[in-house]
Ligand binder design. Structure first.
Ligand code: SAJ
Length: 417
């Protein structure tokens, strides 16, 4: 049986790089592959191009010891892990072009006995599609969709489920769902993950594993939508939503999540659409949750606009709004799909106000924000200058700070309660 002397990881982003590092830390020879030459060069210097606690230490050590190496072109290996983005396109249909590109790049170096694992969050059927793309390019090898348990190449879906900010710990400790295209595929993939996974590896088929990952994120999205909807209802009825949730959660079977400015990141705001796009008639609750969460930034904006109008009516000529936090959640630098960025951008369209941004985890503002005149400032500068403090991210720094009494505070995260 394959003993995985060399493992290739395709895609060195928020999931691929930590996974590559975890295998390398177990003294496996790991080839990390990414189309981004800058990322490849950074990793080969023993540095990292993303922010994730403890990842830098593991990458530095494994590169120095020669276990981890990055390149732009796949090389022969015993296992190939595909961890590339799966965004959506058009009317929220999944866009599998990066998986197809990964298949095209690894096909030439595949050999009998290899394992191919799709880690990217994917719509149901994507693993079979990946195997199809590989088979089209390698008619000399047999694949599970035609050869079943006798296939030359084993193919499985093993979705990642790690929480940004806690990736290095969760990679090792979380249970893993292993969805092989056949039981032999699952067995081989379990053997691979057992290299570093201390949680349980639970075997199933690839379609169930695909749906399982989508279900986990849709479940969270629906629950956050419930909290966000409550916050909008409470806003109309003069009830403090944070106190309400605290009280309701004293019930032994109620556990409401936290409202916020909307749902961001590259997972929860995206993955439920994969279920919806394949089940337009039946996935009604999941689709509604998406629209509730997507509407939340507009609701926050209308509250801020009301406050700005009130200050202007009271004679304040130039109102300064400080947007506290741009990251999509606390204590990370990731601005992808961030509702805080969306709100800040829209505020900056109002030429009668000044917009400041405070984001302790970044050094440079994204171009789109600086182009609109938004200034990145320290927290204390914002406290001195702001007429409205708009709390968009519950960073630890903000929770510890003494907020100024001089500004109107709009707290979308409940840190002031
Ligand atoms: N959020 C709230 N209220 C809450 C919880 C979250 O507004 O009570 C917001 C956050 O501020 C953020 C968004 O939701 O904008 C998503 O944050 P998150 O912490 O819920 O999740 P992610 O996107 O960082 O990671 C999720 C995780 N999935 C689940 O918890 C089911 C993680 O385990 C997955 O591995 C990850 O998606 C992924 O890669 O799919």
């Amino acid at each position: 049986m394959n003993s995985f002397n060399t493992i290739a990881v395709i895609g060195l982003g928020y999931i691929g790089l930590p996974t590559a590092a975890a295998f390398a830390a177990r003294r496996k020879k790991v080839i990390g592959v990414d189309v981004n030459q800058t990322a490849v060069d950074t990793i080969n210097r023993g540095e990292i191009h993303i922010v994730e606690p403890e990842l830098d230490i593991v990458v530095r050590a494994t590169v120095r010891e020669g276990y981890l190496r990055a390149t732009t072109k796949p090389e022969p290996a015993d296992a190939f892990l595909v961890a590339v983005p799966t965004p959506f396109k058009g009317d929220h249909e999944p866009d599998l072009r990066y998986i197809e590109a990964a298949a095209a790049s690894i096909a030439p170096v595949l050999k009998k006995g290899d394992l191919v694992v799709l880690e990217s969050t994917s719509p149901v059927g994507a693993t079979e599609q990946l195997a199809g793309w590989l088979a089209e390019r390698r008619s000399d090898l047999s694949f599970p969709q035609t050869a079943g348990e006798q296939s030359d190449i084993r193919v499985a879906h093993c979705p990642e489920r790690v929480l940004p900010g806690h990736v290095m710990r969760e990679l090792v400790q979380n249970d893993r769902v292993i969805g092989g295209m056949t039981p032999a595929c699952s067995k081989l993939a379990t053997k691979l993950y057992k290299t570093f996974v201390q949680g349980e590896c639970i075997e199933t088929d690839s379609r169930t594993a695909e749906m399982c990952k989508l279900t986990e994120n849709a479940f969270r999205d629906v629950n956050i939508a419930f909290a966000n909807e409550l916050s909008m209802i409470c806003g109309q009825s003069g009830v403090d939503v944070w106190e309400l949730i605290k009280l309701a959660n004293r019930h032994p079977r109620v556990n409401i999540l936290n409202p916020g400015p909307g749902v961001g990141g590259h997972c929860i705001a995206v993955d439920p659409w994969f279920i919806v796009s394949q089940n337009r008639e039946t996935a009604r609750l999941i689709a509604t949750a998406r629209s509730v969460n997507d509407h939340k930034p507009q609701w926050v904006l209308s509250r801020v606009t009301d406050e700005i109008a009130a200050l202007q009516q009271a004679g304040k000529n130039t109102v300064t709004v400080a947007c506290m936090g741009l990251a999509f959640k606390a204590d990370i630098d990731d601005l992808r799909e961030s509702p805080a960025v969306q709100i800040t951008l829209q505020l900056a369209d109002n030429k009668s106000i000044e917009v400041l941004a405070v984001e302790p985890n970044i050094k440079v503002l994204p171009q789109a924000l600086s182009d609109k005149g938004v200034q990145l400032v320290d927290m204390n500068v914002a406290f001195e200058q702001a007429d409205i403090l708009l709390i968009l991210t519950d960073h630890a720094e903000f929770k510890k700070a003494r907020l100024p009494g001089s500004a109107k505070i709009i707290d979308t995260r409940g840190i002031t309660g």
